[in-house]
Design a protein around this ligand. Sequence first.
Ligand code: NI
Ligand code: MN
Length: 226
Amino acid sequence: MEIRFLGQAAFELSDGETTVLIDPFLTGNPKAAAKADEVSADAILLTHGHGDHFGDTVAIAKRTGADVVAIVEIANELSAEGLAKVHDPNLGGTVRFDWGSVKLVPAWHSSMTPKGTASSPAGLIVKFGGKTIYHLGDTDLFSDMELISRRVGQIDVALVCIGGHYTMDRFDAVQAVKLIGAREVIPCHYDTFPVIETDVQAFKADVEADTSSRVVVLAPGEIHSP
Ligand code: NI
Ligand code: MN
């Protein structure tokens, strides 16, 4: 399977047959690696409602007929928008598909959709293509990342916000990586806007000096096979 970074916190998981989008913020994303009307999707998974994650979910789901998984309050808004295949777990819930599954886990952040629906934010444990991927969502550092990781077993790839200001910064993110113990880490949620600019190569150096995880830095549009 392949992971394509689409900018900010948006990722595309693909195995050549099925495509899963996470947090597809493309329109208005200065680092977007694709346009909302050209991506394909069998499923769209959301960490929370902020515009830089919720993004083009409604338009992509309407065009593609994709399943959408979002925490219950956001799911209800999406159903009211006319989307048919909406799944509405809350934290701790797992939604299973032919291609794998997604479980919502805690994140320390806030969440409101552009239309004003408030909810808890989430991280996502995604099983796809024989790999386990932990998208942390937007979050600060918290010690239960270790518990989440222990319950999941070996995490192949962690998608980790590092930009600071709206989330943990690259220094706290090193500690997060220590708690999670993923084989590989792909940093995200940095350099999209001036306020979240950071030194990704310094993050990589710090993680690889201090943990056994390997950091894979992807420019928007780049693809990695874990
Ligand atoms: Ni956010
Ligand atoms: Mn965000």
